[in-house]
Design a protein around this ligand. Structure first.
Ligand code: 5RP
Length: 219
């Protein structure tokens, strides 16, 4: 089975959580795109979705699913999103698509975070995937120097601007032994908007598709 087909299987598996949900939180990325396509079949059951990116918003609207502001919606029952890496504690690296800030906000405002991915995203130790960090543009070099001191090699994601008008540093060569500690340390650097480590608030359920079925992980 191709990686794309596995992503579709993970997305389909998340549909069992959508029943009796009126407003759903929707992440960003190629796996979530499959999930949005599945949502189209149950759009009559939904009041709408809160979206984590302009890209997901466009896709939702095209399929006739109303997109609501988080400020209107209040707390959400579920949030469905992908991941770049996920460990056994359901802590994740996210932000490969650059939507990490809105993703983190919606995740925090949701009772249940359901991570959908193909099983290649499952790792023992987070950090092989470069850790994305959204920064205020004027602070980019300063933040990069602090990240270097923490042992990483930050690279500016050039020619990319986030939906919030900020920039991304992708930090290479981090071995993330203590994800919550590192998340807090990076959050404390002035100029950091969001770090793509979702450790303090990880996923509640992971649906990881592999040959032969979808593995469901919970804590
Ligand atoms: C976007 C994300 C995505 O969830 C992550 O990059 C995974 O994407 P994909 O489903 O395309 O593999 O965090 O900011």
């Amino acid at each position: 089975m191709s990686q794309e087909s596995l992503k579709k299987e993970a997305a389909r598996a998340a549909m069992e959580f959508v029943h009796n949900v009126s407003i759903i939180g929707v992440g960003t990325g190629s796996t979530v795109n499959h999930f949005i396509d599945c949502l189209a079949d149950v759009r009559h059951e939904l009041d709408g979705a809160v979206s984590s990116s302009e890209a997901s918003t466009q896709r939702l609207k095209k399929l006739g699913i109303p997109v609501l502001e988080l400020n209107q919606a209040g707390d959400l029952d579920i949030y469905v999103d992908g991941a770049d890496e996920i460990n056994g504690n359901l802590q994740m690296i996210k932000g490969g698509g650059g939507a990490l800030t809105r993703e983190k906000i919606i995740a925090a405002a949701s009772k249940k975070f359901i991570c959908i991915a193909d099983s290649s995203k499952k790792v023992n130790l987070l950090g092989r995937f470069p850790l994305p960090i959204e920064v205020i543009p004027m602070a980019r070099s300063f933040v990069a120097r602090q990240l270097f001191k923490l042992g990483g090699q930050p690279m500016w994601r050039e020619n990319f601007v986030t939906d919030n008008g900020n920039q991304i540093l992708d930090v290479h060569n981090l071995e993330i032994l203590e994800p919550i500690h590192l998340e807090q340390a990076i959050n404390n650097i002035p100029g950091v908007v969001t770090v793509g480590l979702f450790a303090d608030r990880g996923a509640d359920i992971a649906l990881l598709a592999k040959e032969g079925g979808v593995e469901k992980l919970t804590l």
